[in-house]
Design a protein around this ligand. Structure first.
Ligand SMILES: *Cc1c(COP(=O)(O)O)cnc(C)c1O
Length: 406
């Protein structure tokens, strides 16, 4: 009986401390959030869990642009892009994104998707043919892994950031079509892929480099143009996926690449063709978001975020040293993703709960999202945080460290 079978498996997950619960936010995405769990009364928490790195998700200019977009273009698109759902708002955004990426990809064209997950599946389904080989970093995001597994191509995974292994794999491959696929900023560790070295390998072995910049777009590079700009890269071999629900504060994603590749996606990518276009108002709000990101306010927000990262890492290093017996460690990350690795699932949950008791919301991330034995608190910072917010988190962790030791 299916229900009995599923209930048994759910109980097993619970026994391994793997049950995931959702919290219901009753206020906009921001450091101070009113949150409810189940039927319990809602509480105000200081949150360190969103990917809203620039604090734009509740920015008045974007809220207003969304409302204006809805007044102008309506609430919904009504159909898929290839039928009748493609609006002027989508077309405008795509032109702006193409210009945005032009310094990094010659002649770039951009295609807007409802989500980054769908964009990655679309790249895989449309481009990874049966005679292709995909070379993928072991810590790539689930959507890149799923895309590779769903495709007809062969998949070789290399140890995280291990370019020696990748080089050997490339050397041994005689596939006519090769794709190196990587997160630019790894989502659970916060570290950067060595994109210049990856691009050099792609050039040497006549491969394409697919870059998922979910956590770099808007944050890294001049004007927040992303990881390619951060490294000053420019090549026709790049296929770039940027998400627009994180630093850009709204939702959706885009692929930027050589115009022929984009045209192929339009003609053949099922996650693009067989889905209703996102509401045009979202695209309209994203155009406003791009302006904010590239302008002086974006610049100032990125500088503030850098200062917070520096503050947090300094304080956490001291705390970890003072409580060495707990075996905590800080990931080697210079980005807004600052994981505190604690080890076991139970330890991560206990620490998250101890923070929760102090009104701090930091999620515990467990396998299979991260390797077994590396359960962690995934602390994410946002330009909407203040230095006082970061200090409150550090103080809360110090209290929790003493409690957990006692
Ligand atoms: C969030 C994320 C995605 C998925 O993007 P959505 O727009 O949320 O679907 C893809 N890749 C990485 C690395 C991500 O972090």
């Amino acid at each position: 009986m299916l229900i009995d079978h599923l209930n048994r498996q759910l109980r097993e997950r619970a026994d391994q401390a793997l049950t995931r619960t959702r919290r219901t936010a009753e206020s906009p995405c921001a450091p101070q959030q009113r949150v409810a769990i189940g039927n319990q009364p809602s509480r105000d928490l200081l949150a360190f869990c969103s990917n809203d790195y620039l604090g734009l998700a509740h920015h008045p200019a974007l809220v207003e642009a969304l409302a204006e977009g809805a007044r102008r273009f309506g609430a919904g698109s009504g159909a898929s892009h290839l039928v009748s759902g493609h609006s002027l708002a989508h077309a405008t955004l795509e032109a702006e994104l193409a210009t945005w990426m032009a310094p990094c990809i010659p002649d770039a064209r951009a295609l807007y998707f409802c989500t980054g997950y769908m964009a990655n599946i679309a790249i895989a389904q449309a481009l990874y043919a049966h005679d292709a080989i995909i070379f993928a970093d072991k810590l790539n995001h689930a959507s890149l892994v799923d895309g590779a597994l769903m495709s007809k191509a062969k998949l070789h995974r290399y140890a995280h950031r291990n370019l020696a292994v990748l080089e050997r794999q490339l050397m041994q491959s005689d596939a006519p079509l090769k794709f190196i696929v990587t997160d630019a900023v790894f989502s659970m560790d916060g570290d950067l892929a060595d994109l210049p070295a990856l691009l050099a390998l792609a050039e040497r072995f006549d491969a394409w480099l697919v870059v998922d910049d979910a956590h770099g777009f808007g944050v890294l590079g001049t004007q927040g143009r992303g990881s390619l700009a951060h490294f000053g890269l420019r090549s026709e071999r790049l296929i770039y996926m940027g998400t627009l629900g994180k630093a850009a504060g709204v939702g959706g994603a885009f692929v930027a690449a050589h115009p022929t590749i984009i045209e192929w996606l339009v003609q053949t990518a099922r996650p693009y063709i067989y889905t209703t276009a996102a509401p045009p108002a979202i695209a309209h709000a994203l155009s406003a978001s791009l302006q904010l990101i590239a302008g002086p306010e974006g610049e100032q927000r990125r500088a503030h975020l850098q200062a917070l990262i520096h503050q947090l890492r300094g304080e956490l290093s001291k705390l970890i040293a003072a409580h060495a017996h707990l075996g905590w460690s800080l990931a080697d990350s210079a980005t807004a993703i600052q994981p505190l690795i604690v080890g076991s699932n139970a330890a991560a949950l206990a620490l998250s709960a101890a923070l929760d008791a102090q009104g701090l919301w930091v999620p515990a991330i467990r396998p299979p999202t991260v390797p077994v034995g590396t359960a962690r608190l995934r602390i994410t910072l946002s330009a909407a945080h203040s230095a006082q917010d970061v200090q409150r988190l550090v103080d809360g962790l110090a209290v929790a460290a003493k409690e957990l030791h006692a």
